[in-house]
Ligand binder design. Structure first.
Ligand code: GLA
Length: 343
């Protein structure tokens, strides 16, 4: 059993396919180079002691009985509890958590935290953990059951399967993850902060998920992946629009894969714009601050720009043409490697 391990897990940017994951649809995310690092040291006794270096807070709890709390501590306790339920013999440990990905930005700092915590604790336990897809599900349970956000598997799969220079086409019905080369030539993908804090558990995220479940109930289908545009039209407002967004974004994912294959960046930009309009008008997860950030990117010459992640605030994504100057505060994002042990 190692005495000391360090794990890193990246955040992600989703190129296209938003709010499709919990509808068994398609998405095209990539891991970024920013993320969360967890240093874990085995200790004696039965306590887990955690320190969040950026937040300046700490926590201490029994490894055998993690009790429920709020905030970042919920993720640490949830990680210990969910790993234990999955049969991993989590040892007493001291954990130091540090992040380079902005929190509340829609760049998936929470999945990065879950994945880094679980990878570190599994390595420290000396036992073999679940495979990457099972680990993504376990991490998603931490978020669903401990942090109160009914999110899907997008962020965790992107963080675990990320590859340099590639996006990942994920089919959430089969859970097949296929790397897609992301060669943008002279173009750049940038994110820009809308200035509005985003938090899945506190936003309209859970409500959107419930609306999709209700739409399936009315249509008598297991998921919106089984719906057709004609079926969506029969639903009452706003469920018809929610379903329309999901169906059209699934189509846009494969159109984006094709546009990348042909290096057709004008088309990729159009798809981002269409996705934004759909998320704003049909799915209603944009806000005036988010729309303003999208408009700033467009004014700077973006071929396309859109709200990303859960929405209701956070960063937006833009595809800048070769030679276009990013607006002040924009950050270039590039696909990086997935979660791993360091050292
Ligand atoms: C958040 C969730 C994901 C996904 C996106 C929207 O990032 O954590 O599971 O639903 O929103 O695509």
């Amino acid at each position: 059993m190692p005495l000391h391990v360090t794990a890193f897990a990246p955040g992600r940017v989703n190129l296209i396919g938003e709010h499709t994951d919990y509808n068994q649809g398609l998405a095209l995310p990539f891991a970024i180079s920013e993320g969360v690092t967890v240093k874990a040291t085995a200790t004696s006794g039965r306590l887990i002691r955690a320190k969040a270096l950026d937040l300046g807070g700490d926590d201490s709890f029994s490894v055998d009985h993690p009790r429920r709390v709020r905030g970042w501590r919920a993720f640490v306790r949830g990680a210990v509890a969910e790993l234990t339920s999955a049969g991993v013999p989590v040892p007493p440990a001291r954990l130091e958590i540090a992040g380079t990905v902005s929190r509340g930005a829609g760049l998936s700092s929470s999945a990065a935290l879950e994945v880094a915590l679980t990878l570190a604790l599994i390595a420290l336990s000396g036992a073999g953990g679940p495979d990457r897809t099972e680990l993504a599900k376990l991490c998603s349970r931490i978020e669903n059951e401990w942090a109160g956000a009914r999110t899907g598997l997008l962020d965790q799969l992107a963080s675990l399967y990320g590859e340099a220079d590639h996006a990942l086409r994920i089919d959430f019905r089969s859970l097949e993850v296929r790397p897609v080369a992301l060669d943008l030539e002279e173009h750049q993908l940038v994110t820009l902060d809308s200035g509005q804090h985003h938090a899945n558990a506190a936003s309209g995220y859970n409500e959107r998920r419930a609306e999709c479940a209700r739409a399936c109930e009315l249509l008598g289908i297991p998921s919106l992946r089984e719906a057709t545009p004609e079926m969506a039209d029969q639903l009452p407002d706003p469920l018809d629009r929610r379903a329309r967004h999901v169906l059209s974004d699934n189509v846009r994912v494969d159109q984006a894969v094709e546009a990348l294959r042909r290096c057709d960046f004008e088309q990729l930009g159009r798809l981002l714009d269409e996705a934004h309009a759909s998320l704003r008008d049909d799915y209603e997860i944009s806000t005036p601050a988010v729309d303003a950030a999208v408009a700033r990117l467009k004014a700077a010459g973006a071929l396309g720009a859109r709200v990303i992640g859960g929405g209701f605030g956070g960063h937006v994504l833009g595809l800048l043409a070769a030679g276009a100057r990013p607006p002040e505060g924009a950050v270039v994002v590039q696909p990086g490697a997935g979660a791993r042990l360091l050292e």
